[in-house]
Design a protein around this ligand. Structure first.
Ligand SMILES: Cc1cc2nc3c(=O)[nH]c(=O)nc-3n(C[C@H](O)[C@H](O)[C@H](O)COP(=O)(O)OP(=O)(O)OC[C@H]3O[C@@H](n4cnc5c(N)ncnc54)[C@H](O)[C@@H]3O)c2cc1C
Length: 333
């Protein structure tokens, strides 16, 4: 086995019911894990991996060495152990009770970019969107500039059909590779990816390991200028340095929204700047929730629900969460 640390990582956790349960359950869980080349860490504080900087602990965090290591791990993992994949954590609200079973995060073994002479760009799923946009620019390929404004990695971008500034992942997507819960290799064409607005149809249990996209020949200076424009617009209009999860709610398709975006409805419902505990609705962009320092995941989720209720009451529109909320509520198990 590669690195296998049964000890604590991240912040020490308070004693209590969750702590007692974890101490009992995690050693036996560790004993049931297959051998791996990558890194296994027990009782890991997930808050440090997500933009919101909130959330509980994972029983196990596994960072596979490469796709073969991931496949072998999943093939050998008993079926009753849950597996959850996280990317760069920029669209995730992990609840305070944490995540039972194994959390997989892809790292260095999934970070290469290959570009062929035909504009095909094949990237590991852990490559950051911004890095891919820069690699395409350096290769004189246009069409990926919008990725400059999205702070996730390519696995999350494909899963969420990430988009901004008139571009969406589906516009450049060619194919993706992944591994299912049994460790079998899976491949997806554009049609099989089933992209929708901030959504896709990749099977829930599949961990994407590679994503291929296509760029078109373009002028490097023009691409650079567009990327700089996007970066500037981002920092002018969004709380990019804050502990946030990006757009909280998807823009509604409901006709009662009369074409208004989620932020316009939230503003109309008087929620800009609304607070609950350490959570607040951003003053700068009111479709963003912010952890102002000591928020819990419960503060953020409850504040989001308050916003939904007010928008329904004032505007008659149901907002749907775009942020992915995962894990167990509260500090219990
Ligand atoms: C400041 C800020 C601005 C943002 N602006 C935008 C924007 O303009 N447009 C936009 O679309 N989004 C935006 N987002 C949201 C977010 O960046 C995107 O949704 C991004 O694509 C998520 O990628 P991630 O790697 O962070 O995924 P995570 O947040 O870690 O995960 C998101 C989902 O993808 C799944 N996932 C992650 N990796 C994999 C994988 N390898 N295989 C299978 N499933 C996986 C997770 O299980 C989860 O369901 C913004 C976020 C922030 C914080």
């Amino acid at each position: 086995m590669g690195e296998r640390l049964a000890g604590r990582n991240g912040q020490p956790r308070a004693n209590g019911r969750r702590g007692m349960m974890a101490r009992r359950a995690i050693p036996s869980l560790l004993d049931r894990l297959p051998s791996v080349r990558g890194r296994v860490r027990a009782d890991f504080n997930l808050a440090q991996l997500v933009w919101f900087r909130v959330g509980g602990r994972a029983d196990i965090l596994f960072e596979p060495a490469n796709a073969q290591d991931l496949a072998a791990f999943l093939a050998g993992l008993p079926d009753d152990i849950a597996v959850t994949v996280i990317g760069a954590g920029s669209n995730l609200l992990i609840r305070d009770g944490g995540i039972r079973g194994v959390v997989v995060q892809l790292g260095a073994g999934f970070s290469d970019i290959q570009i062929d002479g035909d504009g095909l760009i094949d990237a590991g799923a852990a490559v950051m969107d911004v890095k891919l946009a820069s690699a395409a620019r350096d290769a004189g390929l246009t069409g990926l500039e919008f990725l400059r404004g999205i702070p996730g990695a390519m696995g999350g971008a494909a899963r969420m059909n990430a988009g901004a500034f008139g571009g969406e992942l589906k516009d450049i997507f060619v194919s993706a590779q992944g591994v299912d819960r049994q460790g079998r290799a899976r491949e997806f064409t554009h049609a099989q990816a089933g992209f929708g607005y901030r959504s896709s149809a990749f099977p829930a249990e599949v961990i994407l390991t590679r994503v291929s996209v296509r760029g078109r020949p373009g002028d490097r200076n023009t691409i650079s200028a567009r990327m700089a424009e996007i970066a500037a617009e981002r920092s002018a209009n969004q709380p990019v340095g804050a502990r946030t999860g990006g757009s909280t709610f998807a823009n509604p398709v409901d006709s009662k929204a009369t074409g208004r975006k989620a932020w316009e409805l939230i503003d109309a419902a008087g929620c800009r700047g609304l607070r609950l505990g350490g959570a607040m609705v951003s003053e700068k962009h009111c479709n963003f929730l912010i952890n102002d320092g000591d928020a819990t995941a419960a503060d953020l989720e409850q504040l989001g629900e308050q916003v939904r209720a007010r928008v329904l009451e004032v505007c008659g529109v149901v907002l749907n969460w775009e942020i992915q909320r995962i894990g167990t509520p509260g500090g219990g198990t």
